[in-house]
Design a binder for this molecule. Sequence first.
Ligand code: PMP
Length: 300
Amino acid sequence: MPSYVYYQKKIMPLEEAKMGVMTHCIHYGTAAFEGIRGNWNAAKKQIFLFRLKEHYERLFKGCRILRIDLPYTIEDLNRITVDVVRQCGFKEDVYVRPVAYKSTEGLGVRLHNLDADFFVFAFPWGRYLDVDKARCGVSSWRFPKEIARAKLTGLYITNALAKTEAIENGFDEGIMLNADGYIAEGTGENLFLVIDGKLVTPGSYDGCLMGITRDTVIKLAKNELGIETIERHVDRVELYSAEECFLTGTAAHLTPVAEIDRRKIGSGETGKITRQLQKLYFEAIQGNLSKYSEWCTPAY
Ligand code: PMP
């Protein structure tokens, strides 16, 4: 089954979408992007796109930083995304990648006097961290301090350096510190600890992206389990003594962490709170929790 893309204002097969080699964003990382999940619900024969609106709100924030003025509203982008996913017709989990980018074919480092455009495509994508429990290592690469919290393509070089370092060191994922030495996040996920039965996670001031999965988990923990989340600086050594640890992200979902820097977290098995949250999260993203149905946009 082919994938489709909305590119240059029309929907076409993904392999037909080509970009010129001089396109500005390729050279200087001048693009804002998102990652959105479409989750297949076999019983309902439906793909639910999770928290579309919030993803496009964050894309527009990235566009502001890059001075990208898109001739679309959030509602337009929601509709286009649903059209693309419907056109693909997949009956499995999909990943959706919207990109707002500087489209002028010409060189020169700058943000001004450049055209901008938008594309979005969908493709089947199963597990991102392909393990039940992740083994992580703290990275030697640190986030740049200035604009780490935006989802801009150029900023992901640090993440890519940290990811490859982690894999080559035998881990599944790297954990990045910020310039002050506090925990920031994984290379594509936010990080949570369970300490004294409460959730603890770094705040935006620690350089982490304000994840939509992070927000989802905080709300589910509070509303469904009565567990509060404390946002604060997290020291590296706190990782080693936490009761439980897990990562959250659109691609990685909610992945338990078994080990960090070759030290077991808790017993090394998935913790009780992590397991409860994981169950709630999967029910929510598959459109099975009516209380949270406004988070799920049906594609079919
Ligand atoms: N941090 C980084 C660096 C990411 O790339 C992502 C994935 N977008 C996240 C955190 C998690 O964000 P979200 O839950 O919105 O996918």
